[in-house]
Ligand binder design. Structure first.
Ligand code: SF4
Length: 244
């Protein structure tokens, strides 16, 4: 005769099943997410992102416990948010986009003052790459905010209500801001700093400009540069003058 299993037995089965599922999901998300980075074709992007965002803190704790760099979770998240938001971001017209750039990219002798809402008021002294970037963004008709931290970005977004956001930030800030803004239904894409830090950081400005301008028409000066040169007029010969 088969004895009915005790409630403790079923509790153990459920606990073991849940633990196995949890570790399988995390293992899957880390493996697939890492493989997806910088690939054009992503495997299971929505599913992977859902796991990463749902178990964000437990995954980071586990990785730290095993002595691993937990920023891989944020790196995977940024890659997937960029991928999933890019199409919607590309359709947002210039006047409804904003750019947010971290103040740590500034030159150490930056002369700009700070506004409590708009952030650092760059005077385009061009001691760092922010000035030239803002000039280009303005030519496209897009406003740029140089901000001090992720909470400042959220404040700027709540205040100015853009329809699309482009940002540059360190790994943790970019993931957390992309998560917060994309979760509000506003497409946000961005570029990671080449090295994280509080001062003297750097970004690949060409790559930043490329991603920021996705979907925007070229600015008039670029169109002029791209236009083919008018071919030189051949000097008229005696015969052609006689024919005329
Ligand atoms: S370009 Fe702007 S942000 Fe950079 S140092 Fe000059 S004023 Fe500061």
């Amino acid at each position: 005769m088969i004895l009915p299993a005790s409630p403790y037995f079923w509790l153990s089965v459920i606990t073991i099943g849940a633990t196995a599922t949890f570790f399988s999901l995390i293992g899957f998300a880390l493996f697939v997410g890492k493989r997806n980075i910088d690939r054009d074709r992503k495997s299971f992007p929505k599913f992977t992102l859902a796991i990463i965002t749902t178990f964000y803190n437990p995954i980071r704790l586990l990785l730290r416990k095993f002595g691993k760099d937990d920023r891989i979770v944020q790196r995977i998240g940024v890659d997937l948010y960029n991928h999933l938001a890019e199409e919607r971001y590309s359709k947002v017209p210039a006047g409804e986009r904003i750019v947010v750039i971290p103040h740590c990219l500034r030159d150490i002798n930056c002369p700009a003052k700070t506004d409590p809402i708009a952030g650092i008021l760059c005077v385009k002294c061009n001691k760092c790459g922010i000035g030239p970037f803002i000039t280009k963004a303005e030519e496209h008709g897009v406003k740029t905010y140089v901000v001090n931290g992720s909470s400042f970005v959220k404040r700027v977004v709540i205040h100015y209500q853009p329809k699309g956001v482009y940002g540059v930030a360190c790994t943790r800030d970019l993931f957390e801001v992309e998560h917060a803004i994309n979760s509000r239904g506003i497409p946000m894409v961005g570029n990671l700093l080449m090295r994280d830090g509080c001062v003297g950081t750097d970004v690949d400005w060409d790559s930043a400009m490329k991603k920021f301008t996705i979907g925007l028409p070229p600015i008039p000066s670029e169109m002029a540069e791209a236009a083919p040169e008018t071919p030189a007029v051949e000097p008229a010969t005696a015969e052609t003058e006689a024919e005329a």
